[in-house]
Design a protein around this ligand. Structure first.
Ligand SMILES: O=C(O)c1ccc[n+]([C@@H]2O[C@H](COP(=O)([O-])O)[C@@H](O)[C@H]2O)c1
Ligand SMILES: Cc1cc2nc[nH]c2cc1C
Length: 348
């Protein structure tokens, strides 16, 4: 079984980075959260002059046994495969945002429940044609779960070899807000009602029904605490690949840009497993679905953007990327008071 070797982010450079930030031609603290991000990226890379290289946005796609009946999901299961093809053809929101911000988009079939045509832009890493229905049995076998974790790690190794040092993690999978809700409830201890939302668009009656089904699922398997067991029982192949990919990204000391509700559920599992991953994560946005707030509070995370989005695909991460890039740029390219001959002041 794969183990990860994640080094805790060394805070030793913090003072020097803060000094560099404060030496820039601006009132102390005036770039607000951008200053926190510049500091974080500097610490992750252990450099006073960090750089973002070959930025990449990975969309992991998978189907969920629970979604086949269409009770917990507003859209039919076949939308997963259809949207993957849309992404491969460049027509989805994530393609547009990646193009806008010069991110390279990787679309990965982690376990879509359809035979997809071979295409250059589609990475075929299918574990199976969707997970099992966790009302009846664990979503995955232990072997499948580990295979998905290892595949995520292997992909990140390849991208690291190509020079990437920042990855946005996104997903596509009809039914996966149900997995994310259960994972969130089991990890945080918040009720399943508090963690369950509309997903792609259920109304209040639909949400009540979703809560009923998810309560039944949790009861069927008993309260679980071990992150890999939770992942195997209630997760999806796309979630498991994100967990493995995120952990491997931390092992490579990459910046991990975490998208919305489902990507944050994956990050939470990774964090329960290897707590030292926490400081490698930057939280892109506050998703509009119920439950994301609970995750962010649990992780003590402050998301960068609040655009009331709830699309997934990594769209929040893609939108947050230029903010991170701008933070790194100011740290490297802004003149200091000394360079520019500007008088320093400060609180008196
Ligand atoms: O990222 C989010 O916060 C988010 C919130 C709601 C829905 N989604 C997307 O919607 C799909 C899952 O929704 P559902 O209702 O089918 O469970 C999946 O493809 C996700 O990418 C994503
Ligand atoms: C159309 C559509 C696009 C999506 N992208 C991510 N999840 C999605 C769900 C639907 C239904």
């Amino acid at each position: 079984m794969k183990e990860f070797n994640i080094t805790v982010v060394n805070e030793g450079l913090k003072e020097a980075l803060q000094q560099k930030i404060d030496s820039k031609t601006k009132p102390v603290g005036a770039l607000g959260r951008l200053e926190d991000i510049a500091l974080r990226v500097g610490l992750i890379q252990q450099r006073l002059d960090p750089e973002l290289k070959n930025p990449l946005l990975a969309v992991f796609a998978g189907d969920h046994g629970i979604a086949a009946q269409g009770i917990v999901n507003a859209y039919p299961q076949e939308v997963t495969a259809q949207m993957v093809l849309n992404m491969v053809s460049g027509g989805a929101a994530i393609n547009v945002f990646c193009n806008s911000h010069n991110l390279s988009a990787k679309i990965i079939d982690a376990g879509v429940a359809a035979e997809l045509p071979a295409r250059e832009q589609l990475l075929n890493n299918k574990i199976a044609f969707g997970t099992e229905n966790y009302l009846e049995q664990p979503a995955m076998s232990a072997a499948q779960c580990w295979e998905a974790i290892e595949t995520g790690a292997m992909l990140v190794d390849q991208w690291a070899e190509e020079g990437t040092n920042i990855i946005g993690f996104g997903e596509m999978g009809i039914g996966n807000t149900s997995s994310a809700a259960i994972i969130t409830s089991l990890i945080t201890g918040a009720s399943i009602e508090a963690c369950t939302g509309k997903g792609t668009g259920l109304d209040e009656t639909g949400i009540s029904e979703k809560v009923r089904i998810l309560t039944k699922a949790i009861r069927a398997h008993g309260d679980q605490e071990d992150p890999v067991t939770i992942l195997q029982t209630f997760g999806g192949f796309e979630i498991a690949m994100m967990v493995g990919g995120m952990l491997q990204a931390a092992e490579h000391r990459m910046v991990i840009l975490v998208d919305g509700f489902i990507a944050t559920a994956a990050f939470m599992l990774a964090c329960e497993w290897y707590p030292d991953i926490r400081e490698y994560g930057i939280f892109a946005h506050q998703s509009e679905v119920r439950g994301h707030q609970i995750q962010l509070e649990y992780l003590k995370a402050k998301p960068l953007l609040q655009l009331d989005m709830r699309l997934g695909e990594g769209t929040g991460a893609a939108m947050a990327y230029p903010v991170v890039q701008s933070a790194v740029n100011f740290l490297n390219d802004m003149a200091s008071f000394e360079d520019a001959g500007v008088s320093e002041g400060g609180p008196s």
